[in-house]
Design a protein around this ligand. Structure first.
Ligand code: DHB
Ligand code: FE
Length: 285
């Protein structure tokens, strides 16, 4: 493979994210009983909000045509998952989890892959032999909101120390920094991994074009992604962040919450130790 083939591109990661989305879910099935009235209401209000913006800001034909070209490019680049997960998902997550009493969640983002290798309750996340980055030791437990320990799973995935995700950037082993940890009756887990780098969403595709044209930045703070599951409980999807990251306060995906910021303690050997546990809400009837 040439050096050029090894370069991460927006089109390649976008295409992979789009393919992954279609592969994992059948999004229409879950809403097949939605009444016409609700579809009509939501579609009318979204389209109406666009009309209102055009009138309010006197949008020109040149701007309309640029928008049309850009929307076509988002699709061509496979960047709809990226666009939606960065600028829309956080509000859906807020609404979906507003009634929860347990741990706070956050957006899933476009880079989850199901069925990551099972590692038990006390193990290292799959990684390369020479994986770069500060070693991280994470101890925690899964409990119910009342404190009862739960046998369940923590699925963990995160970027490497260059900000790249396996399966979405070239040149990484398939399951690099992706794993499933299964807890016993005591709910406890202990995971060894490395600290991920801050992550810049791809800037060479349609989303990057918007970011540049609007004078925004493309950064997400460094983060660990988790899905935590246990029988009889609502699945928790969250991201955990590191204190002091310059982008905790201006995450492009608006997905940071104060409860999700870790308190790592540096050990004598230079590694960092974190304690963070998950309290799951019981399933709704
Ligand atoms: C995106 C990437 C992430 O790692 C994430 O957590 C959320 C969004 C993105 O590129 O869209
Ligand atoms: Fe991420």
């Amino acid at each position: 493979m040439s050096a050029a083939d090894e370069t991460a591109t927006a089109a390649a990661s976008g295409a992979a994210a789009t393919e992954r989305f279609h592969h994992d879910k059948s999004p229409y099935d879950a809403v097949k009983d939605t009444p016409k009235e609700r579809v009509d209401l939501l579609a009318r209000e979204v389209i109406g909000a666009i009309h209102e913006t055009i009138r309010k800001h006197q949008v020109t034909y040149d701007e309309y045509n640029a928008l049309k070209a850009w929307l076509i490019q988002v699709g061509a680049d496979g960047e709809w998952p990226l666009f939606l997960d960065v600028w829309v998902e956080h509000v859906v997550e807020d609404v979906a989890t507003a009634d929860r009493k347990g741990s706070k969640g956050s957006i899933e983002g476009p880079y989850y892959a199901p069925n990551a290798p099972e590692r038990g309750a006390d193990a290292e996340l799959p990684m390369r032999e020479d994986e770069a980055g500060t070693p991280l030791l994470w101890e925690g437990a899964i409990t119910s909101v009342d404190g009862t320990p739960l046998a369940g799973t923590v699925e963990l995935w995160h970027a490497d120390s260059d900000g790249f995700y396996s399966q979405f950037a070239p040149g990484l082993p398939e399951w690099n920094l992706r794993g499933t940890f299964t807890t016993g009756e005591d709910g406890k887990f202990r995971i060894r991994t490395i600290q991920p780098a801050p992550y810049q969403i791809p800037t060479d595709g349609a989303c990057g074009k918007l970011i540049a044209a609007a004078g925004w930045h493309a950064w997400r703070p460094a983060h660990l992604h988790v899905k935590v599951s246990a029988p009889g409980h609502q699945q928790l999807i969250a991201q955990l962040y590191f204190p002091g990251d310059p982008h905790n306060d201006d995450d492009i995906a608006s997905a940071v919450k104060p409860e999700l910021i870790l308190s790592p303690v540096t050990q004598a050997d230079g590694s960092a130790k974190i304690d963070y546990s998950f309290a799951l809400d019981p399933q709704e009837d």
